[in-house]
Design a binder for this molecule. Structure first.
Ligand code: GLY
Length: 566
């Protein structure tokens, strides 16, 4: 019995320990009864467990993970970017928080166009103009203030991140590889090079990676709250960089930034209720449309990743992304026909455009009338049943590559998520419309899809089933949908659901992007006969998920769980 207790304790602390013998020979996720944390990076995951063990709830632990990811996963974890939370309180109430970056007050619709009127990707991705006003710090602090247990102070939930920045953490093989791959670019920018390549060298796997300037910034935030970032010396350092090198973010932009609580997108899929993020993220609406389109099909009988299944799913993706790219934007600036896009009647009508057994055409499936993997998703469930799903991003890996001098954090290049030139592709190949054009103070459209799934009980009550989300630009939403289908339709455990190879279609370009093992040769041949074209990518999306397994066990897995970094 003692060893069983030890197993439970260890599984709580590591989140990856398996309980052999309790399950069959399937690939097992980590199991725990007293809370679960999953993220793309093990030291950040451990920060979440540390806060749960100290008596924090899911929100406290999520805040600890968020700040820790800014230290240990600097290509996507951040304090210089933004994100979204979907939170389910132990009483079942679901809320969201939008802490997406905003266009600075001086932003203009044509700011990324060259003299020929063409979008200049160097400007929207690499320069200082690429940065939106960061929302992460305001968001994480608001989550702690409004959803935290009240038992742990800001200093306590930020302590693991400060320790990791100050004392360092061992460089993983994945981080080392990422530093090799980006050396030419990031090694040529100061002070980025000084932070990432101390003494001009690529840090070796296992060596301690310390970030004293970032530690000082985190301490300032811990001591002063949002003022420690949005005013004071950290803000001065950011604004000085902007004014010195042609960026737009001002003190007024920073001081004015506020996260916004928004209604979750909530919908039924069979006996499940799904809660996800609404505008300015496209995630919830696209997820609702895709699952609504797929609802009547006998997906299980078609077979996981079979040609017939892929045909249905791809055609649902095509239609949903057509609407996304045309209609969606920040609803504070642009009208979005939300009710129409989500109505059963509209979705039923759209379903009639799905060709069965052959490829549709994006030209003939216009909108209806009604990344790189460099974002990151993390999940926490506490022992009271509280659940937090957070996706956060700098957009591209290491954002625009610029570390704020003296403050040690990376700036986002989220402005590229706007349509710089409506009708022209952005860095993810998304061809978007005027609803997402650049405007001062507007939030750029996102694909982030932090999602919580419950099972609706015969008496109408709901039980928590799944917390999930992903990184990967527009593939975030299709990745999240495949995890929902893998668990709820195909009965996979959470590890199998995350590990299963994925595919993606986003209306334009009109191709199925697939991982190397997604389809057998025979299935690929049948899909080609139907008229589909393929593009191969080593990985589609990078997901983290927690599922309540039979018996109430909390099971968790992440694409980063095996390798540390992906
Ligand atoms: N930057 C990726 C997204 O928000 O969709």
């Amino acid at each position: 019995m003692t060893s069983f207790k030890h197993l439970l304790l260890a599984s709580v602390l590591t989140g990856v320990l398996l309980l052999p013998g309790l399950l069959d020979a399937r690939r097992n996720p980590g199991y725990s009864v007293a809370g679960m944390v999953t993220s793309a990076e093990p030291y950040a995951t451990a920060a979440g467990f540390e806060i749960l063990a100290a008596g924090g709830n899911a929100a406290d632990a999520a805040v600890a993970v968020g700040f820790a990811l800014a230290v240990t996963f600097p290509n996507a974890g951040n304090i210089g970017g933004g994100g979204f939370l979907v939170y389910r309180a132990p009483d079942g109430t679901v809320s969201t928080l939008d802490f997406r970056e905003k266009g600075p007050a001086a932003a203009t619709a044509g700011m990324f166009l060259n003299h020929l009127g063409e979008p200049d990707p160097e400007l929207s991705r690499r320069g200082l103009l690429a940065s939106g006003v960061p929302g992460s710090v305001a968001g994480l602090l608001e989550i702690h203030r409004r959803r935290g247990s009240g038992k742990l102070t800001r200093e306590q939930v930020m302590a693991p991140a400060i320790r990791l920045a100050e004392q360092g953490f061992p460089v993983s093989y994945g981080f080392h590889e990422s530093l090799i791959n980006n050396k030419e670019w990031l090694g040529s920018i100061e002070p980025t090079a000084r932070v990432l390549y101390p003494e001009g060298k690529i840090p070796a796997p296992g060596s301690m990676f310390r970030q004293p300037e970032l530690a000082a910034t985190l301490k300032e935030i811990a001591a002063k709250g949002r003022d420690g970032f949005y005013t004071g010396w950290v803000a001065d350092s950011l604004v000085a960089l902007m004014s010195r090198e042609g960026g737009l973010i001002t003190h007024d932009d920073l001081a004015a930034y506020r996260p916004v609580e928004r209604q979750p997108i909530s919908f039924r899929f069979r006996d499940k209720r799904i809660f996800s993020m609404g505008p300015p993220s496209s995630g919830g609406i696209v997820l609702a449309q895709m699952l609504g389109l797929l609802e009547p099909f006998k997906l299980k009988e078609l077979g996981h990743n079979s040609a017939a299944y892929t045909n249905r799913v791809v055609e649902a993706e095509r239609l949903a992304y057509a609407d996304r790219n045309h209609w969606l934007g920040d609803m504070d600036f642009t009208p979005v026909p939300l009710a129409g896009l989500l109505s059963a009647e509209y979705i039923d009508n759209r379903r009639s455009l799905m060709p069965i057994g052959r490829a549709g055409s994006s030209r003939l499936a216009p909108p209806g009338h009604a990344e790189h993997l460099e974002t990151t998703h993390y999940c926490v469930v506490d022992s009271m049943g509280g659940a937090a799903a957070i996706t956060t991003t700098l957009n591209g890996g290491y954002g625009n590559g610029r570390v704020v001098p003296g403050a040690g954090f990376f700036l986002n290049n989220e402005m590229d998520d706007f349509s710089a030139a409506p009708g022209k592709p952005n860095m993810f190949g998304l061809v978007q419309g005027t609803a997402n054009k650049i405007e001062p103070g507007k939030r750029m459209l996102s694909s982030m899809t932090p999602t919580i799934v419950t099972t609706v009980q015969p008496d109408g009550g709901e039980k928590l089933l799944l917390v999930a989300g992903a990184a990967g630009g527009p593939t975030i939403t299709t990745t999240t949908m495949q995890i929902i289908l893998n668990t709820t339709v195909f009965g996979m455990n959470v590890r199998e659901a995350v590990d299963a190879p994925r595919f993606h279609h986003q209306h334009l370009p009109d191709v199925i992007t697939r991982e190397p093992d997604t389809f057998s040769a025979e299935t690929a041949g049948r899909l080609r006969e139907m008229g589909y074209e393929f593009r191969q990518r080593n990985q589609i999306g990078s997901a983290s998920a927690i599922m309540v397994a039979p018996g109430g066990w909390l099971s968790g897995w992440s694409d980063g769980a095996g390798a540390g970094w992906k």
